[in-house]
Ligand binder design. Structure first.
Ligand code: ZN
Ligand code: ZN
Length: 544
């Protein structure tokens, strides 16, 4: 745990509250929250983490009475440096555009005006699914509007200070401040600035389009702005924060390392722009899937667009918001889904005061994370929730028959007969998601199917005395016991009869599911019914 993480751990307040109060202290009520993304590939989990982090701060600022504006800077003038693996088959079409700006590279699928546009629509739709709705601002538009012009001049005028600053912070002198598109071949990353001079309020530049960087080898003389141009990343970032009036922005932890882009940006604000109030540039921990940071350009792993098919977006946001800001989180889609849903349900019970916990700090953070995760105002009354993990069991026992599952839940009084339409809809949504998860992502540990008759070849390998005790235990199972009470009861009987509990439960799974493991024994018996389980065990005894 880092120093920062320990501090967060100690704090009673949620990180969104801590940051919001701090930034209000600096800038007052008027706030601009920014996030950024370059559409050079699919919108991935890292981009998503940044956007949802900023959403929480934006929402908390509003709840603290600030006038907050949330913007998304879309860098569509990024040079196209690599053909992503998912576009391999279009390599011939795309290759001539390497080094060009992504807003001028064609969409290989032909469904959008440009390569950049192809990914933008998708990203905005995903964000909207998670109630992340920043105002999208295209970098190309900002350059066209001349927003960066004065910064180009300023950086050149103060070039000695810039050299000194970049060398001091990064350890190497920044030679070139700009990327300028070659008017001959349209390449953005090949030209090198060889000379410049100020003419009135314009800058005349000489560039050389380097062949070794896929350029045409031509020299050109032009006015900066006649072709597409951009200020290099760290400088561009500071300039943009300045003219957009950004007060708070979050980025991945890698930006916060010593000598990283945050250090550079802050130094530019202070020493080049001469500001005393610096934007709050915070960092967040990484979110990974099964240990992998997903890359938008390779398109590997679970796409963010699939999240809402397995979990309610609020449930997923809750997981992110309940974690310390700078802590890395790994999400194993094949294992963690039921647990994440169950954590959300617990938070909801706390919010509606249907349960309490001793630990005041934990409670405060949990309730705030829950509030921030909601995508609309909270319901007046707590919704009725059905445990995701239990649904996974019910669905598989009843062969994914939604109506039968709902009828059984009512018959077992797990949900009330007169469940409201709203809660029934919430339940149906969860059923659809659990079904999709089992069918597409769940690990084999969660999957099973109930046998019609026990398989004697498997059963014969089990201990007959254990099976007999299991049968007796089922016969004598008190009627009022449900779920975990059944598991506990069986566990105690096993110990009393000096049978290893593992052996006891494994025998049950082998008979009922023809596999070594399965859902919690109590849940399985509950869902399937004691009579049906007894019948299967009785038949198993007949194998001998
Ligand atoms: Zn397209
Ligand atoms: Zn060229």
């Amino acid at each position: 745990m880092t120093h920062q993480e320990e501090a967060e751990e100690r704090s009673y307040e949620h990180w969104a509250t801590v940051i919001s109060n701090e930034v209000i202290e600096i800038f007052g009520k008027k706030q601009v929250v920014a996030t950024g993304w370059a559409p050079s590939g699919f919108y991935h989990i890292g981009n998503f983490k940044e956007a949802v982090t900023c959403r929480a701060i934006h929402r908390e600022l509003i709840s603290l009475g600030a006038d907050s504006y949330y913007l998304l800077n879309i860098d569509d003038v990024d040079p196209f440096e690599k053909i992503p693996s998912f576009f391999k088959e279009y390599a011939k079409l795309l290759k001539p555009y390497l080094g060009h700006v992504i807003c001028e590279v064609p969409d290989p699928l032909g469904c959008h005006d440009s390569y950049a546009e192809h990914f933008i629509a998708d990203a905005l739709a995903i964000m909207n699914d998670f109630d992340v709705n920043p105002d999208p601002i295209l970098t190309s538009k900002l350059y066209k509007e001349g927003k960066y012009d004065k910064y180009a001049k300023l950086f050149l005028e103060k070039k000695e200070e810039m050299y000194e600053l970049t060398e001091e912070i990064t350890g190497s002198k920044m030679e070139d401040f700009f990327l300028i598109q070659c008017p001959e071949c349209n390449n953005l990353s090949a030209p090198k600035l060889i000379d410049y001079k100020f003419i009135d309020d314009k800058i005349k530049v000489e560039i050389f389009c380097q062949k070794e960087k896929r350029g045409c080898g031509q020299k050109s003389s032009l006015i900066l702005g006649d072709t597409i141009w951009k200020i290099k990343w760290r400088l561009d970032w500071a300039a943009r924060q300045d003219f957009l009036g950004v007060t708070v922005e979050s980025s991945g932890k890698d930006h916060g390392v010593s000598g990283g882009s945050i250090d550079s940006s802050l130094a530019i604000h202070e020493r080049i722009f001469g500001k005393s109030k610096l934007p709050m540039l915070i960092t967040h921990g990484f979110l990974t899937f099964g240990g992998k940071k997903l890359s938008g350009s390779t398109g590997s792993g679970l796409p963010v667009s699939k999240f809402p098919s397995i979990l309610d977006p609020s449930v997923f946001l809750y997981k992110i918001y309940r974690t310390n800001l700078r802590t890395d989180t790994d999400f194993k889609v094949e294992m963690d889904v039921p647990g994440v849903a169950s954590d959300f349900d617990v938070a909801e019970e706390l919010y509606y005061q249907e349960r309490d916990i001793e630990h005041k700090k934990t409670k405060e953070k949990t309730v705030k994370a829950y509030e921030l995760a909601l995508m609309a105002d909270p319901f007046e009354e707590k919704p009725i929730r059905m445990d995701y993990g239990q649904l996974v069991t019910f669905l598989q026992v009843y062969l994914f028959d939604e109506e039968r599952v709902i009828e059984t839940l009512k018959a077992k009084e797990i949900i009330p007969f007169n469940i409201s339409n709203r809660d029934l809809q919430l339940l149906k949504n969860r059923i659809q998601r659990a079904k999709f998860w089992i069918e597409n992502y769940a690990s084999n540990n969660f999957k099973f199917s109930v046998v019609k008759n026990p398989k004697c070849d498997i059963v014969k390998l089990l201990d007959l005395p254990v099976l007999k005790e299991l049968y007796i235990a089922l016969q004598n199972l008190p009627e009022k016991y449900q779920g975990d009470a059944i598991t506990q009861h069986l566990y105690e009987i096993a110990k009393e009869k000096e049978i290893k509990p593992g052996n006891f439960f494994r025998s049950l799974y082998q008979i009922v599911l023809a596999q070594k493991s399965g859902p919690r024994a109590g849940t399985l018996i509950d869902v399937l019914g004691k009579a049906e389980v007894s019948r299967l065990v009785k038949e198993a005894l007949d194998c001998f």
